[in-house]
Design a protein. Sequence first.
Length: 178
Amino acid sequence: MSEIKVVVASLNPVKQAAVQQAFKKAFPDLRLSITGVDVPSGVRDQPLTDSETLLGARQRAQRAQQAHPHADFWVGLEGGVANAQGLGMQAFGWMCVRTDSREYSARSASFPMPRKVIASIEAGEELGPVMDALFEEHNTKHKGGAVGLLTNGLVSREALYIQPLIFALIPFMHEQLF
């Protein structure tokens, strides 16, 4: 069984678990070696637009590659919020998967933010700590995340990120088509 080395641009166990699950599903016959690395996104701690969030994911993947150049894949994940065409502020994540020669990204589903959360984010706060305070929790971004709290555990942050990670892996699963 061949092994692929994947560097995740985060030490967050939720992000690492999502990457591991997505790669296991996409490449079930390969052994995985997952390494986390703490690299900056190059964007605000709380990205406030779709494009800023995508840029954060892409820069994390690029910086992970610079930090650990001897791998097969580098993955950047970035959560963000944005005002969605009259629907109010919504949260989502961008995933970026890169190799030495290619890079593909995919976005998660989005979900609405409560008024109190919106006010705090507009005041310059980051989503994770705001959700912790609102739900009287601690470090939820390393657990179920905002989506876990708002869905009463029906969807976790890990689950939210697995699907777009798989989507970003499509070109690597079907190289002859891309």
